[in-house]
Design a binder for this molecule. Structure first.
Ligand SMILES: [Zn+2]
Length: 339
């Protein structure tokens, strides 16, 4: 696996308050996995709980869930997770989502592989091996270790569904000669339930800036299925909010009414989720449309948070006096919806 690339996806902007500087002269020689117990809780709330004052005075190094990893205590410091001081000083603690979705299992295994890459092959333990507890629930150190071995040896090459589609699409595109053929492929893909759309080149040489900026808005409007006039009015707003609501429902199983109104329930749902480099889902598609509507160019509406999307997000954050971290949290999303 590409460790550098993987490291880029770790969120580091949250920091725990319960930790002890350094390792109290002990050597880091193990990893402990946990789960946060009650199902149905979301990643951001858990990160928040660990970072703020909490009644158990507890923390960990990494929190993994919903396809994301946040590091809240540095590897070189001691986090308070094992319920045993010697173990705390010698280990890295990983908190996992109790649902143990496949995506998160793979992520924890990749994280373990990364830690091995940094510190050698540290053994992985379950919390219940140290103290009397049910933690980490259905998570198994053996399963994580075996999968981490595969990542460490470079055996697991996961191809995301959308990447496979993209490959398929680019092969087809290279064969396209006419617009009709292109339309047929788009139809075929749509029939398969995929998010396909036509992209036409609108910005040519000699066009003035305002035109090319409008072209960005028009591109968003086209993907919303609207008449692309390049002007943002009531219909465009309503249409993108509906898209956003559908994307939230599809990606996070929120049960929002799709009414095109950016009300408190929609805003609350938005405040609970982060988007970052490497994400691939419908909510990213909504983000890309919003970037276009704000006249920033993520170079495509494909539901994948890649380098161009990251660049566009950072530029938007910079221009709007937000923290330039490339992570789309509630503040950035809020600002994006002020069109
Ligand atoms: Zn635990």
């Amino acid at each position: 696996m590409d460790f550098k690339e993987f490291e880029k996806s770790i969120i580091t902007k949250f920091n725990a308050i319960f930790f002890t500087k350094g390792r109290s002269r002990r050597k880091l020689d193990r990893i402990v996995i946990h789960h946060w117990g009650r199902k149905g809780q979301n990643f951001l709330n858990i990160v928040d709980w660990f970072c703020k004052w909490n009644n158990r005075h507890t923390s960990c190094h990494y929190v993994v869930g919903e396809g994301k990893i946040a590091q809240i205590v540095n590897d070189s410091d001691t986090s308070h997770h094992a319920g045993n001081w010697d173990w705390n000083c010698r280990s890295i603690g990983i908190e996992c989502m109790p649902e143990k979705h496949q995506k998160d299992l793979h992520l924890v295994a990749q994280l373990v592989a990364l830690l091995w890459h940094r510190y050698g092959k540290l053994p992985v333990y379950e919390h219940r091996q140290i103290v009397s507890t049910d933690c980490p629930g259905i998570w198994s150190a053996k399963e994580v270790t075996e999968l981490a071995e595969k990542y460490f040896r470079g055996e697991v090459v996961k191809k995301s569904k959308s990447k496979a589609i993209k490959e398929f699409f680019s092969i087809q595109i290279s064969k396209i000669k006419t617009k009709k053929e292109a339309e047929k492929i788009v139809r075929d893909l749509k029939n398969k339930g995929l998010n396909a759309y036509m992209v036409s080149k609108e910005t040519g040489k000699g066009k003035v800036t305002s035109y090319s900026k409008n072209a960005l808005v028009r591109k968003a409007q086209k993907s919303l299925g609207m008449r692309p006039d390049g002007l943002i009015g009531q219909i465009t707003r309503k249409s993108y909010v509906s898209f956003l609501q559908k994307a939230l429902n599809k990606t996070f199983k929120t049960k929002l009414t799709v009414d095109g109104v950016l009300g408190p329930r929609t805003k609350k749902a938005m405040s609970k989720h982060l988007l970052q480099y490497g994400d691939s889902n419908n909510y990213v598609t909504a983000l890309q449309i919003l970037l276009y509507l704000n006249k920033y160019d993520p170079k495509g509406i494909d539901g994948e948070f890649g380098n161009n999307c990251l660049k566009a997000v950072k530029k938007f954050q910079e221009d709007n006096n937000l923290e330039v971290d490339g992570i789309v949290g509630p503040k950035t999303f809020n600002m994006l919806t002020r069109i």
